[in-house]
Design a protein around this ligand. Sequence first.
Ligand SMILES: Nc1ncnc2c1ncn2[C@@H]1O[C@H](COP(=O)(O)OP(=O)(O)OP(=O)(O)O)[C@@H](O)[C@H]1O
Length: 273
Amino acid sequence: MSPGDVVSGLLEVTGLTKTFGGTPAVQDVSFALREGEVLGLVGESGSGKSTTVRCVVGLTEPDAGRVVYDGVDVRTARGAEMRRFRREVQMVFQDPYSSLSPRMTVEEIVGEGLLVHRLATGRAGRRDRVVEVLELVGLSAADLRRHPRSFSGGQRQRIAIARALAVAPRVLICDEPVSALDVSVQAQVINLLQDMRERLGLSVLFIAHDLAVVRQLCERLVVLDQGRVAETGDRDQIYGAPAHPYTQALLAAIPLPDPAAERARRAAGRSST
Ligand SMILES: Nc1ncnc2c1ncn2[C@@H]1O[C@H](COP(=O)(O)OP(=O)(O)OP(=O)(O)O)[C@@H](O)[C@H]1O
């Protein structure tokens, strides 16, 4: 597939462009997230990954381009259509230390979306749903009254995932969700995302600079280089026969696994944080 080619999908991005002070951050970026797949958006630091997803979810206003979710143009959507987009497309951010309000309890953090979208009736109904998603991500009712500071980085990312899942989204956009975590914890969070995706039938857009991290999770990849799509393809094609020199360089940068570290990583992936 060529860089500009687009296939139809649940979330379609076409010709996205954003310039900051005359410097282009994202240029004519197009891709489609298909229903039920995990799509990796990869590239070096500064290649435009975050700007792309910020434009997709409306945190940044693009200069040009279209974002269509389930047939609706997100930039012109209003009212019920906009509320549906905001509920069905949820984000998990990179840094679980800054993305969770330190003053709020786990119950408040995970239940906030339920309040905003009026999804559970009354406090008891909200609490039931919060406990349900906490258990999905490996936490429990015993964590309801705790604050983020009393959790490890991996557990905080579980809280962030629970917050996203509480409103029953169809799409999860994960912006480098494991790059702030220790390597052994990274595997646990990746396994959790994979599990959630299978159990809940989610479509996932997974942003990463590290191609080793996305290999297990993503069926297809979009490779960004200096704000442009260098290459789009299936995992096997990208990892086995990358067409673009930039992708080849990114793959060459993956360190060979140290056998002892790999065993520790696998063992950690089998236990919980
Ligand atoms: N708000 C902003 N103001 C000015 N320049 C910005 C802003 N946001 C991003 N940029 C610039 O746009 C380019 C792309 O940045 P972006 O954060 O999208 O890349 P990235 O691939 O997500 O990198 P990283 O992994 O480091 O976050 C960079 O040159 C960055 O400095």
